[in-house]
Every structure is written in C-alpha cells, then in structure tokens.
Design a protein around this ligand. Structure first.
Ligand code: ACM
Length: 263
C-alpha cells in the first residue's frame, strides 16, 4: 500500500488558488492514501471568529470537499485533508475522508490549540475509523497528538493507519509520533505545513514542517525537511499493524489494565 503526505505552504485566505496548487501536485501522486495538512487550503491564523466563519465551508457540499472528491475518484486514491467546516452557526476544525467511492466522512478536532479556541467549536464527532479496503484508517488533527488517549482510542477502534493533518508550531510532535506508533503498533502519517503567518498584529506562527510516515515499530520511514515543500510516498504493509503480539507473553492491547487507570 502506498501512503504519503504533501507538505507545502498555503497562502492565507486564497482558497481557490491553494486548491488548484494542491490539485496539480496530487495529480502526479501515485498513491493509495494521501494526507494533507490541517486547514490546508484556508490557512491557519484567523484574526477573529467572523473570519473563520467566512472562510469555513459546509461538508461535503463546499468547494474544498468537492475538489478532493473529484480528485480521489479520478486518481482512485483516498485523501484525508483538513478544513474549516461550517455547520449551522458552528465552525469546526475538521478533516474529511474521501475516496474513489466519494465522500466517506468527517472528523472534528477534539483538542483545540491556543487561539483556535476563539474561532472553533470543540469537536463533537468523536474519533472514527474507516475501512478503505486495504486498511482501516483513523483521523486525529494536530494537537490531538498531545493527548495519548486520541491515538489509543483509534487503535482500540481498530485503526491501522493514523492520518494526522497538522499545522504544528511546537517542536515536539515529530519525535513523539514514533512513541504513539510504538505504544499502539500503528502506522501514522503526520502531514504538516511550512511557512510563517503573522496576521492582524498577532504573535507570528512558524510551522515546523517535518511531516513524516512512522511504522508500528516506531521507525521513521520518511521525514520531510523543516522548511521546504515535499510530496512523499512510502510503500507499507498495513498487516504489520494488525498483530499486537509483542512476545509469547505480551499482547499490547490485551494486557492493558483499565481497572487501574483513571478516566
Ligand atoms: C495545532 O494543533 N495546530 C498546533
């Protein structure tokens, strides 16, 4: 199975231009599953809730999801990608899952980071897993990684590949995802962006790149540079994520002790 990420620098607010740039680049990707960054076509640093609302789109009937569905159907690939989702008067930091059969679903970010809390409603979709034929995939968005419960929940639900659209600004995630993968024995694709946004007199945010594909043994199969566009595709066997047996005595998920854990 060929899985990958596209790390690039969107231009804030120019959705149509960003969509066209990504469409043109993915046109050349020979992959089964591609992950794009969080808020990949809108940009990240909204100056107000009104601005986030203005750039948000209904799902699946908005321009971003429509472009992704068209691309996924024509190229026969699955795509997971982040966008600001409008649902009534609420705006969620969401990621859609699309494939050759069309729109599959949408995950709404559970753990909002920093000033996202001013622009978005906390996600209410819960964690979800989709069977895309070659593998079962789950989605978490950026700061969700900071809560080990996110990846654990997806693993307990049967996810073999965690798709992780991101706009990372803190330095810790790229070196932490191998642990998330090791402790759950899953693959992960973190698709981050690059560049700096400094809007409306706010503190500048520099995105750290370093998108990566990590194996269930915690091995970084591919990592992008800190600052540079990269489309990468890695060949994997999703079956590697199916057995949680560590040795004849230990099974990763079976040996959990929920009776000792705090909720
Ligand atoms: C983040 O959650 N975008 C850091």
């Amino acid at each position: 199975m060929r899985i990958g990420y596209y790390q690039y620098e969107p231009e804030f607010g120019t959705v149509a231009k960003n969509l066209e740039a990504v469409r043109a680049r993915l046109e050349q990707a020979d992959a089964d599953l591609m992950v794009l960054p969080e808020l990949f076509a809108s940009g990240y640093q909204f100056v107000s809730a009104e601005e986030a609302l203005r750039l948000s789109e209904p799902v699946p009937d908005g321009p971003t999801t429509r472009m992704l569905v068209e691309l996924a159907q024509r190229r026969r690939m699955h795509i997971v990608a982040g966008l600001p989702e409008r649902a009534g008067s609420q705006v969620y930091n969401s990621a859609v899952v699309v494939g050759p059969s069309g729109f599959l679903g949408c995950y709404r970010k559970s753990h909002l980071f920093f000033e996202e809390t001013l622009c978005f409603s906390p996600g209410d979709s819960g964690f979800q897993v989709w069977d895309i034929g070659q593998a079962r995939i789950g989605v978490m968005i950026c700061f969700d990684w900071y809560y080990p419960e996110s990846a654990r929940t997806l693993a307990l639900m049967g996810a073999e590949i965690i798709c992780h659209p991101s706009n990372l600004v803190l330095p810790n995630c790229p070196d932490s995802m191998p642990v998330r993968c090791l402790e759950n024995r899953v693959f992960a694709i973190t698709s981050n962006r690059i560049g700096t946004e400094a809007r409306g007199g706010k503190e500048p945010l520099t995105f750290i790149g370093n998108s990566e594909v990590v194996s269930p043994r915690g091995v970084i199969l591919r990592r992008a540079p800190r600052d540079g566009e990269e489309l990468a595709i890695v060949d994997i066997d999703p079956a590697e994520a199916r057995s949680k047996t560590l040795n004849p005595y230990n099974d990763l998920l079976r040996d959990r002790r929920p009776d000792l854990y705090h909720q």
